[in-house]
Each structure stands twice: as structure tokens, then as C-alpha cells.
Design a protein around this ligand. Structure first.
Ligand SMILES: Nc1ncnc2c1ncn2[C@@H]1O[C@H](COP(=O)(O)OP(=O)(O)OP(=O)(O)O)[C@@H](O)[C@H]1O
Ligand SMILES: [Mg+2]
Length: 339
């Protein structure tokens, strides 16, 4: 086994990388800002700060879209930047990597995660992948090898991954294209319709984090700044929690409907296990207030929440890397086939 072990969870919104050697995790926005086309200007959280504010010679890109790598060149640059940040400038060794991949994507898309590391300037000795729902389950403390069914719903930024696992494998998994950024878009559009106010994506995310309540019980408000479409001038408006509920409720119900579809397809013995343990909600968007109450009301299942749900996958990878008994959960994806 190599001396340095690294885990990676590439999210649409956040890049998470972990080093077993120095027990350090970086969780920053998966964003790169390039100047004059090729020069890395900023990356991670500081690059996200520039989003929708930068002049035209600075391009700000999110290289992962809907859970898969959409822009390999920028993804490679970002990986190298975060790898250097994790290890400090002086690091010159090689390492073993484990990277999480969504289950419900094509083999070619899975291989792209492997290739990103293999083709970068970082010297990798061994590269393995692990299915995200498996890492997620390990991260929340489930004994994945037991013959017990578990339902995990990871609500991230562009995607929600709904999976039933048992005996260290995935029985059912569905990746749907709804997550936190869909909610942000819905908030932008309702604020525009109701108040003629154009707000940016970062403002919409802040409104969501402060006001979103899945049961519409909150009476909180938040002052948002933007531009009035009619006057063209900058202005502000007090946004209510119930307006945010109106914007996001349909999307939350779509997620829950997909969970119900998976439950309908779950073999009865596993369904019985799920009734006794409940559903695990993970991913950053599971932090929406009262989402557990809504899920319980709609499905009848108990809900298990995590204190740090954005990092359940990377935590799971860290555990898999630390425990030889779990090494069978990792594998090397098939090479691209050219006909
Ligand atoms: N307190 C909060 N309330 C609601 N949403 C939140 C909160 N904190 C973070 N989020 C949302 O969580 C999302 C990021 O979560 P996460 O890191 O799990 O996504 P990701 O892994 O990058 O995306 P994906 O898994 O879809 O590729 C963002 O949409 C963010 O706005
Ligand atoms: Mg994720």
C-alpha cells in the first residue's frame, strides 16, 4: 500500500478531498476562475465569490454538471490546485486515490472520474472508484455488508441520488436532476415575477439557506438586493419564507415522489428493513428546515439526519481507505471501448 491515501467526492457544487496522511479535508466550491482564457486566477470558495461579478476577461466555470464531469480541462486544473493546497507546495510524492462516482450514470461517465486523476500531473499509483451511495452509507455509520436493506437519499446541488443498498451492493439507484440549485433557480424566478427584481445565484442560495422551510411554518424574512427590471436600478426587497416555500415546494414533492417510486420497486424483505430503520437523508440540501417532517409525512418513514450531511460521502471514503476489510467496496472502472 502506498504511503499517501486520498479520497475525492466531486460534487456539482462542492469539491471534497481528503488526505489520510494529514487527516485533512478540504470542502470548497467546485469552481475555477480563469483569466485571459488559460491562466488560473482563483479556485474554490474565492472563485465562487467572484461569480456574477467578474469582468469579461475572467471566465468562471463549474466543471461538474448534474453529477458528471462536463469540462475535463478545467476539472483537471481544479484537481491539481486542490491537491497542492491539501499537501502544501513542497509535496512531491505519489499516492493512492479513491474517488466516488454516482451509480446511475454510464460506464464512460464513471471512467471519466478515473481518467481525470490518471491524466493529471499528480502522480497516482493506484486509482479506485467507489459508488457514491455505498460511501454515503459508510459515512452515516451503516454496516454495509449486513444483509439489511437501507434507503439513502442524497440531496446535493444538481442531483438527488436515491438508493437502496444491501450486502455491500446497490439494489436500486436513481439519479434525478433536482437538488439545491433547482431551488435557487426557482427562488430567482419567483422573486423576479413577484417583485420585478433580478437577483443573482449567490443571493438566491442565501435566501434559501435563511428562509427555506419544507412545512411552511416559518415567518422569517430576508432582505435581498438586486436590480429592478422596470427601472433598471439597484434596489432591495424583503423576501418572506412563505414566498420561498411557494417556489420550492413543487421540487421537494418531486424528490419525494421519486423516493416513493423507489420504495414501490424495493423487494418486500428489504422494504421491511427500511421501515424499521427509516430513511437516511444526506447531501447539503437535506439541511432544508423541516424536510425530515415533510418526508415523514409523505412516506410514513422515520428520517435519520446527519450533523454534517455535505460530507457524508467523503467521510465514508475516508473510512473505506482506513479499513482493509472494506477494500472490496472499491474497484477499477472498465476502460473506454472504442469500436
Ligand atoms: N443550510 C442549508 N439549507 C439548505 N441548503 C443548503 C444548506 N447548506 C448547503 N445547502 C445546499 O447544499 C448544496 C450543496 O450540497 P452538496 O455539497 O451535498 O452538493 P454536491 O455534492 O456539490 O452536489 P451533487 O451531489 O448534486 O453533485 C447546495 O445547493 C447548497 O445550496
Ligand atoms: Mg454530492
Amino acid at each position: 500500500m502506498a504511503q499517501h491515501l486520498y479520497g475525492i467526492d466531486l460534487g456539482t457544487s462542492n469539491f471534497k478531498i481528503f488526505s489520510l496522511t494529514n487527516k485533512k479535508t478540504i470542502n470548497e466550491k467546485n469552481v475555477i476562475a480563469k483569466k485571459n482564457r488559460d491562466e488560473v486566477f482563483q479556485y474554490g470558495d474565492p472563485a465562487f465569490e467572484m461569480y456574477e461579478k467578474a469582468p469579461s476577461n475572467i471566465d468562471i466555470t463549474f466543471p461538474v454538471k448534474f453529477g458528471v464531469i462536463a469540462d475535463i480541462r478545467n476539472m483537471d486544473s481544479l484537481f491539481e490546485c486542490f491537491f497542492k493546497k491539501l499537501n502544501g507546495k513542497s509535496f512531491s510524492g505519489s499516492g493512492d486515490f479513491c474517488i466516488a462516482v454516482p451509480t446511475d450514470i454510464t460506464e464512460v461517465e464513471k471512467r471519466a472520474f478515473y481518467d481525470m486523476i490518471a491524466e493529471s500531473r499528480v502522480r497516482a499509483k493506484h486509482i479506485n472508484v467507489v459508488e457514491k451511495p455505498i460511501a454515503d452509507a459508510v459515512g452515516v455509520g451503516i454496516d454495509v455488508d449486513s444483509p439489511k436493506g437501507n434507503l439513502i437519499v442524497n440531496i446535493g446541488s444538481d442531483t438527488t441520488e436515491i438508493s437502496v443498498i444491501s450486502l455491500g451492493g446497490i439494489v436500486l439507484s436513481k439519479l434525478i436532476k433536482i437538488g439545491g440549485s433547482k431551488l435557487d433557480e426557482a427562488i430567482c424566478s419567483i422573486v423576479r415575477k413577484k417583485y420585478n427584481l433580478i437577483i443573482g445565484r449567490r443571493t438566491a442560495e442565501q435566501i434559501k439557506i435563511n428562509l427555506a422551510d419544507a412545512m411552511n411554518t416559518s415567518e422569517d424574512t430576508y432582505v435581498a438586493y438586486g436590480r429592478n427590471i422596470v427601472t433598471g436600478l439597484p434596489t432591495s426587497k424583503e423576501i418572506s419564507s412563505s414566498l420561498v416555500y411557494e417556489a420550492i415546494s413543487e421540487h421537494l414533492h418531486s424528490i419525494i415522489d421519486s423516493v416513493k417510486v423507489i420504495l414501490e420497486r424495493t423487494p418486500p424483505e428489504l422494504a421491511a428493513d427500511i421501515i424499521s430503520t427509516g430513511v437516511y437523508l444526506t447531501g447539503g440540501s437535506s439541511q432544508i428546515n423541516n424536510l425530515d417532517v415533510l418526508v415523514n409525512k409523505e412516506t410514513g418513514l422515520d428520517v435519520n439526519l446527519d450533523d454534517n450531511p455535505e460530507e457524508t460521502v467523503i467521510r465514508g471514503i475516508a473510512e473505506i481507505l482506513s479499513d482493509d476489510k472494506m477494500s472490496g467496496l472499491m474497484y477499477v472502472p472498465r476502460e473506454k471501448q472504442y469500436n
